[in-house]
Design a protein around this ligand. Sequence first.
Ligand code: ADP
Length: 310
Amino acid sequence: MASLAKRSPLTADDDSWRNNLTQPAKDTRYQTEDVTLTRGQEFEDYFLKRELLMGIFEKGFERPSPVQERAIPIILQNRNVLARAKNGTGKTAAFIIPCLEKTDPAKKYIQVLILIPTRELALQTSAVVRELGKHMNIECMVSTGGTSLKDDIMRLYKPVHVLVGTPGRILDLSEKGVAVLGRCHTLIMDEADKLLSPEFEPLLEKLVRHCSGERQICLFSATFPVTVKSFKEKFINNPYEINLMDDLTLKGITQFYAFVEERQKVHCLHTLFTKLEINQSVIFCNSVNRVELLAKKNHRAGLLVLLHTC
Ligand code: ADP
């Protein structure tokens, strides 16, 4: 009882800690049912460490989003999870919060491995780990291809509790014996559909085998294509399935599909931009060359273009 009283933030003497937090300005932007249709749970309901609750509230999160309500209690029970939810609905914190709760800063080894397909996303995810865990004394390291291997090796001489990165680099560090994963009890795969593409899948299999035999595996993705199936059958015993995808797009977004010949694409885009009032837009392309070509054409057409490739 004493330890519960010490941990629970609901006891009377705990009230003051919440008032002393520096919270960001309230987010007043319009929210759709994708994030408002909750069961009415509170972060306090999960009996999280107070230091973690402080990080959550200081980030401006008041209540768990629907995917967080479903995933946090299950991940805390050490069950394997397959979670499908739309992008932008809070999946990242849905796995980071229980991972932080289950990490013991007194144990100086890697306890959680978060695999991500791209460097940009790995950096963003590690930033969220650091923000939510800022009162917990947890060391989070991000390690991805395209950066100095030597620097990563040096950083792993110091204790790391949570390792976030792309599969190739982490496997390299693990095979060199520098990243020791034998006691890593939780393996998270974000954007699992991309991680389990033919390019990454063999690396993933090896990495899973490097982790503790008792490891828990949680897959998060907006889509679960068939490629996930064989991995699931091999490695993910009795997963708890969460599916919040009644349709693929966020509510409030209407999709149109223009069926055009390859050579008409740029013209079609140009027509859209001249006929509609578009202040800002994001155009996704499937290759770097295509991004550059489109940027040149749009620039010539008088549009301000910002290039970004992953
Ligand atoms: P996803 O991983 O599903 O794409 P994110 O985790 O990036 O979504 O979350 C989208 C946005 O919502 C981020 O800005 C994040 O900080 C914010 N967010 C996540 N959970 C909550 C919450 N419980 N309350 C308020 N904002 C949240």
